[in-house]
Design a protein around this ligand. Structure first.
Ligand code: SF4
Length: 328
């Protein structure tokens, strides 16, 4: 690990000031960052510890939704009574990720900002455009089992590794970002992460000096909520394909179909055209196939991950079958 300066922010203004300085990285739970620092993948000159800034509360919003502080731990969020009752897809997604010890430390903000687990990114002896712009992408012709099939570019085919944000995308959550002492902007979580394009090192819309303060969930909706994660072993593994689904059926027809996908792209994948394909229709195998066609339009495998294309189709079938049966 390279030497770095450690500073503890005591207020939001402190944190914003520190994070506006070059080569400064925020640390909260540190469950991803410290690993990357030990591997010298991340070599910040300064760490800004934001743990004392506040923002750990989980509280009701005036419109009946829920505000989850950026420093709420994943465990606190997953066991919160309102999350379990009104947003079970979020609890299930969080519990499908990592281990209990990691969830006890990992935070909402840190989880959103976690970095890809691409083998080449994590190994400083390998080429990686994300870690070292212009050095190439080792994964495109290499070990790519975990890699993306949607929204890839010639420069990067990495996946976003998390589960929580996939559920937040299905729930159409909003990310709250402090842009100064008293200023805030909000970003739909569906727009928070970026596709790689020719700048794969830009992974989200945070600017220097900005701090995530919370995520808000809209008022709960009816229907069935599911999170299905397909992975190589039953715990402590990243998704090959995951699907968060909020599905409602009324009078025999699908009336809501909010779906988001993990393990397929550089960001939690959401395509509004899938809902448009499903809503107003009677559930059927043919309909689920049509939804999968929309999802996989433009999908491209890179050899080792070709299997994700049929796997995503089968997983979507399974999720829609279960969700529409449960919701009927
Ligand atoms: Fe780096 Fe992205 Fe290529 Fe992985 S897929 S080696 S993160 S550029």
């Amino acid at each position: 690990m390279r030497p770095f300066q450690y500073n503890r922010a005591r207020t939001l203004a402190d944190a914003a000031q520190m994070l506006a300085e070059p080569e400064t990285t925020a640390i909260a739970g540190g469950t991803n960052l410290l690993d990357l620092m030990k591997l010298q993948v991340e070599t910040p000159g300064q760490l800004a510890d934001v743990n004392r800034v506040g923002f750990a509360e989980i509280e009701d919003t005036d419109d009946g939704g829920l505000r989850i502080g950026a420093l709420a731990t994943n465990t606190a969020t997953a066991v919160h009574p309102r999350v379990r009752a009104d947003y079970p897809v979020l609890a299930r997604a969080i519990l499908a990720g990592a281990t209990q010890q990691l969830r006890n430390k990992a935070t909402t903000g840190g989880n959103l900002c976690q970095r890809t687990r691409c083998f080449y990114f994590m190994n400083i002896d390998q080429p990686c455009n994300k870690r070292e712009p212009g050095s190439g992408c080792g994964a495109i012709d290499g070990i790519a089992k975990l890699h993306a099939i949607l929204g890839t570019s010639e420069d990067c085919i990495a996946t976003y590794p998390g589960d929580m944000a996939v559920a937040l995308s299905a729930l159409d959550a909003t990310v709250h970002i402090a842009t100064g002492e008293d200023a805030e902007r909000t970003v739909p979580v569906r727009d928070f992460h970026c596709l790689p394009g020719d700048t794969p090192w830009i992974e989200n819309v945070l600017e220097p000096g900005e701090v995530i303060t919370a995520v808000t969930l809209p008022r709960p909706v009816g229907g069935t909520q599911l999170y299905r994660k397909v992975r190589e072993r039953s715990s402590y593994a990243f998704a090959l394909v995951s699907i968060a689904a909020v599905v409602e059926v009324k009078d025999g027809k699908i009336s809501r179909a909010d779906l988001a996908f993990g393990g397929l792209a550089h960001k939690p994948w959401h395509d509004q055209r899938i809902a448009e394909t499903l809503i107003g229709q009677v559930p059927s195998t043919e309909l689920f196939d049509a939804a999968a066609d929309v999802l996989l339009e433009g999908a491209r495998g890179y050899g080792e991950n070709d299997f994700k294309i049929p796997l995503a189709r089968r997983t979507l079938h399974a999720v829609l079958s279960q969700a529409t049966e449960d919701a009927a």
